[in-house]
Design a protein around this ligand. Structure first.
Ligand SMILES: O=C(O)c1ccc(O)c(O)c1
Ligand SMILES: [Mg+2]
Length: 607
């Protein structure tokens, strides 16, 4: 379907908004009146600019407080509308959004509302304009879409239809199935926005917390499916009032917006089907970049990793234990930051389809730096800059095993002498702190591009504020990424990332690490007193957990044990043991872990 975006959803001047919308591939825009009023461009110039960019002006909005008023007020409103119709003719816009009145002048009289909208529509028709009547969730008398439709039906004018807005409908808990009772040709416009479920005044909620479909908690996909089934054939138009997007980079927000609509169309089974998603089946590797590899090497050795290869042409080593692989690169790291988790290898059954999917969903492809003979690896950049490589760690027919680029280093045993394996089997998950203003963009990116399923969003207390966390994973848990953000000041660079390794015997792993002098994070005794109160764990089991600083959690599916290493650069490691299909990440323990890291770090916030 055609895709539009309201100018209110993007930052900048009107011409910057138009440029961003066009660059992201939108077909049209809704022009928000305030954007036009504040613009130095005349309506004719806006019309030309939009046309040059290939954008239609699908809607002009809003026209407020029009209906169900005493005659004298209506006469003034008709005059006011005439001026707007004239502006619309100059703009080349043919649909005006009329939102339900919030005025104290408005009467609770549907017949009067219908009559006034009929008269307004008759005037509009003389200018070739159509009116789309929208129920604001906080309208004075009209707050629901079905009420708006009853009035439109009674008004019975060909130039009058309804505008459906998913926020107003879903925020009030209206049943969207009733949309199918409206004739499709009477649905003049469809505006889409999602929102997180928060209990607050609906006007504040709408004006500050709307987000793109897929970033909140509403079933926008279901609403779109009902609207399409009703016969609606107009554009899908994003109308998102959001404090963060208002400040963000318009070009980037527009791409996020387009990705949201592409993902939504796919979920609703409408539009041109994109390349089907190729879900990753696990981590092939995690790559740490650092100017000085000494500290991470020591830690990897203590964790039982062995250096098994070195890249043929680049200063990158492959460290391995079981199916857990870490690349340690000394190319390009910043000495001040220490080690940084810069890239992830995603085990991908069909690499070329995965790249095509990523491109179709507007993921930026990372320019390749490949020497002759290297495995053909393609990477895209996640919103936080983490590079995601689509690769295969086997020699299946037609595929190239990326580990072939890391031949064994002959005669070099130095790095193998860490003391031997510690029972680590694979990478369980990675945790990537996100810049606060890109958090929703990131979860939608992983959902759309990789088909990962987002968990619910959690707020976790830490000693310096709240940490928001949301995991995305494959349905079978073979690949898990925990996204988190500490609101407020603090750059991404200041907060650590981590890699969690899986083991089948965490106590053995912790004992080995300890024996090798790699300290584990000390957990306060109070935590174990609380654990004893919450769960009936045998005392000797509790004592063992306390001795090694192992944290414990449980869900309906199983148990979780986990412990942490020291932080090197921006990165620390976690060792985890899942039993019986536990699904989480130990979020329950995050506050204790963050406080312990804070204490271990000499009082510096470690977010
Ligand atoms: O917040 C508002 O006033 C407003 C205006 C126009 C809309 O289409 C809308 O959904 C909300
Ligand atoms: Mg709206």
């Amino acid at each position: 379907m055609r895709k539009s975006i309201a100018t209110v959803s993007l930052s900048g001047s009107l011409s910057e908004k138009l440029t961003a919308a066009a660059a992201a591939g939108f077909d049209g825009v809704e022009i928000f009146e305030n954007d036009l009023i504040a613009s130095a461009l005349s309506p004719e110039e806006v019309r030309t600019r939009a046309a040059d960019l290939g954008l239609a002006i699908d809607l002009y909005q809003p026209f407020r407080d029009a209906e169900a008023v005493p005659e004298a007020v209506l006469v003034r409103n008709l005059r006011r509308a005439e001026r707007k119709f004239a502006v619309m003719e100059r703009l080349g816009a043919d649909t005006l959004l009329v939102c339900s009145s919030v005025s104290p002048d408005a009467l609770d009289d549907d017949a009067l509302a219908a009559e006034s909208l009929h008269r307004l529509a008759a005037r509009a028709a003389e200018h070739g304009v159509r009116l789309a009547y929208e129920a604001l969730a906080w309208g004075r008398h009209v707050r629901t879409y079905d009420h708006a439709w009853r009035i439109v039906e009674a008004a019975d004018h060909p130039a009058l239809g309804v505008c459906l807005d998913s926020f107003h409908i879903l925020s009030r808990g209206s049943d969207p199935r009733g949309i199918e009772d409206i004739p499709g040709e009477k649905i003049f416009f469809l505006q889409l926005a999602d929102a997180p479920r928060i209990a607050m005044d609906v006007l504040q909620w709408s004006r500050h917390y709307r987000c793109f479909p897929g970033q909140g908690d509403f079933d926008v996909t279901g609403l779109v499916a009902h609207t399409v089934r009703a016969g609606y054939a107009g554009p899908l138009s994003l109308e998102v009032f959001n404090d963060v997007f208002r400040q963000g980079d318009a070009a980037r927000t527009a791409v996020d917006a387009m990705r949201s609509l592409l993902t939504l169309e796919e979920a609703a089974g409408i539009g041109t089907p994109p390349v089907p998603v190729v879900p990753p089946t696990g981590f092939a590797f995690a790559e740490l970049v650092t100017a000085d590899t000494e500290q991470p090497r020591a830690l990897l050795r203590a964790l039982g990793f062995t250096r098994t290869g070195r890249h043929a042409t680049k200063p990158v080593d492959l460290w391995q234990q079981g199916a857990a692989r870490v690349l340690l690169s000394s190319a390009g790291g910043d000495r001040r930051d220490g080690a940084t988790l810069a890239a992830l290898g995603l085990e991908t059954p069909d690499q070329s389809a995965a790249v095509r999917r990523a491109e179709a969903l507007l993921a930026p492809v990372v320019p390749r730096r490949r020497a002759a003979g290297d495995a053909p690896l393609d990477a895209v950049a996640a919103p936080d800059g983490t590079e995601l490589f689509f690769c295969r760690t086997d020699a299946a027919p037609g595929a190239v095993d990326w580990t072939h680029d890391f031949p064994a280093v002959p005669g070099n045993t130095e790095d193998g002498e860490g003391g031997g394996a510690a029972g680590i089997t694979r990478i369980d998950h990675v945790a990537l702190p996100q810049p606060w203003h890109q958090f929703d963009e990131a979860s939608l990116f992983y959902r759309g591009v990789l088909g990962l399923v987002p968990d619910e969003s959690l707020d976790l207390a830490d000693p310096f504020g709240l940490l928001r966390s949301r995991a995305v994973s494959t349905a079978d848990g073979s690949l898990r990424i925990a996204l988190n953000v500490a609101p407020g000041p603090g750059e991404r660079e200041a907060r650590p990332q981590h890699i969690a390794f899986a083991t089948d015997d965490i106590v053995a792993a912790a004992r080995l690490l300890h024996g090798r002098g790699a300290g584990l994070l000390a957990i306060p005794g109070n935590y174990y007193d609380d654990l004893a109160a919450r769960y009936e764990l045998p005392p000797e089991r509790l004592a063992e957990l306390a001795a090694w600083g192992i944290l414990y959690d449980r869900d309906a599916y199983g148990e979780f044990h986990h412990c942490y290493t020291a932080t090197v650069g921006r990165v620390f490691f976690e060792i985890v043991q899942r039993t019986g299909g536990y699904r989480g990440y130990g979020a329950q323990n995050a506050a204790v872990r963050l406080a312990a890291q804070h204490a271990a770090d000499g009082g510096r916030p470690v977010r």
